[in-house]
Design a protein around this ligand. Structure first.
Ligand code: BES
Ligand code: ZN
Ligand code: ZN
Length: 502
């Protein structure tokens, strides 16, 4: 995608389509008029008929004669000006470019909306417009005999000359983030028979090559030597070999202090049948998305390489299938994780915490220098979908400052998070009569007992867990959503690391 920032006055501007944004009650008659004479009458009629009010999500298109400089005008509502957020601008941009694409435009210009407050800072607006457009145009068509013929290959953001420099910086950031999120969405949408642990390791190699990252992939033999009995236990029922992907980003040396290291860990369970504790058939196909935490880590690593953040980041993805067969691990089996903890398997469907256990133990005990913080992302529990639905991912953390940083990054990035508690009430629910720990909590608060389980493998490193089970994929088709993987987590992690390294 070709992305550019332009500052030519709209009246002299030529493009296939122009998108104009309006908040409720905002007067955009002048902007509409300068886009082309033909649009004035149509716009006046839409307003008179209350067919365009600027309500959030409203999209109206107007066409002009071939002789006009701009053929298609797309009007997109932003909703109430005071309630506008970066995320609502992203959704609006997505809707706008999609409408333009439907009318055959190959090249689209978005007129940067203006307004009061930090949301309307021109760099933030340009970031949101570009990221939203890239996300809105993403389609998963890899396996379609006839991929769509329409397509947009250039997006321009139109701003006032004085703000072009700042807008350019924002647009570049939006492009990096948009590309990283769509990369994660593509990985998530790939079916389980393509997206195997080996495939994820290959994709990590592509990111490493592009972004100048260091890549190390631990094979099952390496895992055995390290004593990763929990990850190996989950994987033993599968013919696909497990991988532990480790990507390292080194910031450019800056004079002064050594940059701190942050570890991010993502559940890369490439298909979750539930194992011997098998899942019901209905919706089991959705369990191809059980690697979306891992995809978010890979996407975030791609993003931070593009954004050149100031911290050292290690991204770890334990990747495995969870299958049921003659070689599978069974309820009652006792596994020994890398940190020596023994785990009684009460339910083979609670496998995510097992593969994460060894990756977390590796991050806290093997990495040098030791990480200053660990954040993990996982489609970990159905209970999280019950608790928060598709409105928020859960943050569970034993480190208040880290949780606060993530919530801040959540607001700024559009990846919505809500904090949930962890304390001795939940920690006490993992006792096993036979081993150090059970992989199943007592009934209730499944998200929190799962988090309490993970915590046992994080040593004394400040840690936060993001349960993204309700957010990783969607049926929605509005705004920047399309059916399938959302790339949730890439943006909040990228923003968190950007702020850490600032
Ligand atoms: N991958 C699932 C969690 C999940 C379920 C994510 C539905 C998104 C939608 C996870 O491995 C799992 O099966 N968890 C069990 C844990 C239970 C056995 C303690 C669950 O949530 O039912
Ligand atoms: Zn499971
Ligand atoms: Zn799972």
């Amino acid at each position: 995608m070709d992305i550019q920032v332009v500052d030519t006055p709209l009246g002299r501007y030529r493009d296939d389509a122009v998108v104009v944004f309006a908040a409720q009650g905002e007067k955009i008659t002048k902007t509409v008029g300068s886009a082309g004479r033909d649009f004035r009458g149509g716009y006046a009629t839409l307003v008179a008929d209350a067919a365009f009010t600027g309500e959030a999500g409203q999209v109206r298109t107007l066409s002009a004669r071939k002789t006009e400089r701009v053929r298609t005008l797309v009007l997109v509502g932003l909703g109430e000006a005071s309630a506008t957020t970066g995320e609502s601008i992203r959704h609006a941009a997505s809707s706008g470019v999609r409408a333009a694409r439907e009318l055959g435009a190959r090249s689209v210009t978005l007129v940067a909306p203006s307004g009061r407050g930090p949301t309307f800072r021109v760099d933030a607006v340009a970031e949101a417009l570009v990221e939203g457009s890239i996300q809105g145009l993403y389609r998963f068509e890899t396996y379609k005999a006839k991929p769509s013929k329409d397509g947009i290959d250039r997006i321009s953001v139109l701003v006032a000359p004085a703000s072009a420099g700042r807008a350019r910086r924002g647009a570049r950031e939006g492009q990096v983030l948009g590309d990283a999120v769509t990369f994660a969405r593509q990985l998530g949408n790939e079916p389980g028979n393509t997206a195997t642990p080996t495939f994820l390791a290959e994709q990590a190699a592509i990111i490493a090559e592009e972004g100048g990252l260091d890549l190390r992939v631990l094979e099952e033999d390496d895992m055995r030597k390290l004593g990763m009995g929990a990850l190996l236990g989950v994987s033993q029922g599968s013919v696909e070999p497990a991988k532990l992907i480790i990507l390292t980003y080194e910031p450019k040396k800056r004079s002064g202090k050594r940059p701190e290291t942050i570890a991010i860990v993502g559940k890369g369970l490439t298909f979750d049948t539930g194992g011997v504790s098998i899942k019901p058939s209905a919706k089991m196909e959705d369990m191809k998305f059980d690697m979306c935490g891992g995809a978010a880590v890979l996407g975030a690593m791609k993003a931070i390489a593009g954004l050149k953040v100031g911290v050292r980041v290690v991204g770890l993805v334990p990747a495995s299938e969870n299958m049921c067969g003659a070689a599978s691990y069974k309820p009652g089996d006792i596994l020994r994780a890398m940190n020596g903890t023994t785990i009684e398997v009460r339910n083979t469907d609670a496998e995510g915490r097992l593969i994460l256990a060894d990756a977390l133990a590796y991050a806290t005990s093997k990495m040098r220098p030791r990480p200053k913080a660990i954040v993990d992302l996982a489609t970990l529990t159905g209970a999280c979908v019950v608790a928060l639905g598709d409105g928020h991912g859960a943050v569970v953390s034993n480190a208040d400052p880290l949780a606060a940083e993530l919530l801040e990054a959540s607001k700024a990035s559009g990846d919505a998070l809500w904090r949930m508690p962890i304390n001795d009430i939940y920690r006490a629910q993992l006792d096993s009569p036979y081993a150090d720990l059970s992989n199943l909590g007592t009934p209730g608060a499944g998200t929190l007992t799962a988090a309490a389980f993970l915590e046992k493998f994080t040593g004394d490193v400040p840690w936060a867990h993001l349960d993204i089970a309700g957010m990783a994929w969607t049926q929605k088709k509005t705004g920047h959503f399309s059916t399938g993987a959302t790339g949730f987590g890439v943006r909040v992690i990228a923003r968190f690391l950007q702020t850490r390294g600032a």
